[in-house]
Design a binder for this molecule. Structure first.
Ligand SMILES: CC(C)(COP(=O)(O)OP(=O)(O)OC[C@H]1O[C@@H](n2cnc3c(N)ncnc32)[C@H](O)[C@@H]1OP(=O)(O)O)[C@@H](O)C(=O)NCCC(=O)NCCS
Length: 175
């Protein structure tokens, strides 16, 4: 079973490695580091046998979660890790009383679109030529009822162990 927990400074190199393997325009190490200081940001990493194999970042702004990035090490794809990370992000968002989740996805990224559809995201807009590197447009997707998706997909919960400590601490700081 994979383990999912909050990202730490010592994970940045591995997360950056996955970022560069996954995206045409990867985030820099400095951007990832600055997210650790951002009180609104929550980054989750998936681990297998002590190795970071994927991550998902989001900002929680009142009742909305904005996914900033999600990626899985190419060697570990197609094994449910992406779905587990997104589901875990919904659980964390739900625990902060967020009810909706949104993200942008490249119009040609069918694999990610499939993943999002499985967790009840629907298209609510389109931004033409949003990505300067290719000129692709961005589909704006929303899940407007996170608690319902969490409840209806509870079987995903059995595929990972979520370590809550850091998220609970942040929730305590916010209160
Ligand atoms: C998108 C991504 C995170 C999915 O991670 P993953 O761990 O491989 O995904 P999962 O195994 O959990 O699969 C979840 C669903 O995604 C879809 N999917 C995943 N890989 C797929 C593939 N190769 N072909 C078609 N659909 C695929 C399927 O619907 C799958 O559900 P299923 O297993 O019930 O068929 C991963 O492909 C990735 O890191 N891509 C590069 C980065 C990226 O594009 N991020 C999204 C930016 S918006």
């Amino acid at each position: 079973m994979i383990s999912i927990r909050a990202m730490k400074r010592s994970d940045i190199s591995e997360v950056y490695r996955i970022e560069t393997l996954s995206f045409r325009s990867p985030w820099s190490k400095a951007s990832l580091e600055s997210e650790l200081k951002n009180k609104l940001a929550h980054y989750l990493v998936a681990e297998s046998d002590g190795k970071v194999i994927g991550y998902c970042g989001m900002w929680v702004l009142f009742e909305e979660c904005h996914i900033t990035n999600i990626a899985v090490d190419p060697a570990y794809r197609r094994a449910g890790v992406g779905k587990a990370l997104l589901y875990a992000a919904m659980e964390v968002g739900d625990s902060f009383d967020a009810t909706a989740m949104t993200l942008e996805v490249r119009e040609t990224n069918r694999i990610a679109q499939d993943l999002y559809r499985k967790l009840d995201f629907e298209q609510q807009g389109f931004r033409k030529r949003y990505y300067p590197d290719t000129g692709e447009g961005a589909m704006l997707l929303w899940n407007v009822n996170i608690p319902r998706t969490v409840q209806n997909n509870a079987c995903i919960r059995d595929t990972f162990a979520l370590q809550w400590e850091t998220f609970e601490q942040k929730r305590g700081d916010k209160a």
